[in-house]
Ligand binder design. Structure first.
Ligand SMILES: [Zn+2]
Length: 238
């Protein structure tokens, strides 16, 4: 499964990297991003080690799907989805909800009613559909979609037609429903890989107070000591 999430960057130096290496050192260090690729040999090894318990890419993407689900107005089922490209960049997120411009106060949220027109099913857009339509790229070809719930047959159609090649799902609680059976049939025929999400984490907590608790020894900034005795601040992303 690891290969699915592997970014295109490898430790092997590309031809463009070799070209960069021939540039004067001053040029290299004018760009912060290149500094870590070609460290100054005069720099001492930092005493402070990087964090080890940071989120893996899969955990991060599935967490984004679950966070997106919190936007849903559905009182019973909240589902989120996150579309990721081959460079581990998020290109779309979505959650189940009524179509744009269709008031979620005036449409029904009921699962059962005497009249089918009074149930939510005829109106609601599923998370996968919204995530794909919300894309900020020209297309989602060869992307992976992370979803909280195994996609229904209607979403499987959209996934296939959009060119997504992999589905990572958390729950398959509707496994034996006709919608799930048809979905698997379609995904299989189209060659779309689907895998149950595996993780050691059972929950990820978002603590808005964490930023206040962090200090200079923690996440926000580290100080790298260099031989000349001066200090260079190195920011790390959150
Ligand atoms: Zn669906």
């Amino acid at each position: 499964m690891a290969s699915l999430f592997k970014g295109k960057r490898t430790s092997k130096m590309s031809s463009s990297d070799e070209t960069l290496n021939k540039k004067p050192r001053e040029t290299l260090f004018s760009s912060g991003s290149l500094g870590s690729v070609f460290p100054d040999p005069s720099m001492k090894e930092s005493v402070t080690k990087k964090r080890e318990d940071y989120l893996s890419w899969p955990d991060y993407f599935m967490a984004i799907a679950f966070l997106s689900a919190q936007r849903s107005k559905d009182p019973r089922t909240q589902v989120g989805a996150c579309v990721v490209n081959s460079e581990n960049k998020i290109v779309g997120t979505g959650y189940n909800g009524m179509p744009i411009g269709c008031s979620d106060d005036n449409l029904p949220w009921d699962r059962k009613a005497e009249n089918e027109l009074d149930t939510k099913y005829l109106y609601v857009c599923h998370a996968e559909l919204n995530a794909i339509l919300n894309k900020n790229s020209s297309d989602v070809k060869n992307c992976t979609i992370y979803v909280a719930l195994f996609p229904c047959n209607e979403c499987a159609k959209v996934i296939i037609q959009s060119g997504i090649r992999c589905v990572i799902y958390m729950s398959d609680k509707n496994h034996d429903s006709p919608e799930s059976i048809a979905s698997r049939r379609l995904l299989d025929m189209a060659g779309v890989i689907f895998q149950k999400f595996e993780t050691k984490r059972r929950q990820i907590v978002i603590d808005f107070d964490a930023i206040e608790k962090s200090n200079s020894n923690n996440n926000l900034a580290e100080t790298v000591h260099v031989n000349s005795g001066e200090k260079r601040s190195r920011e790390t992303t959150i």
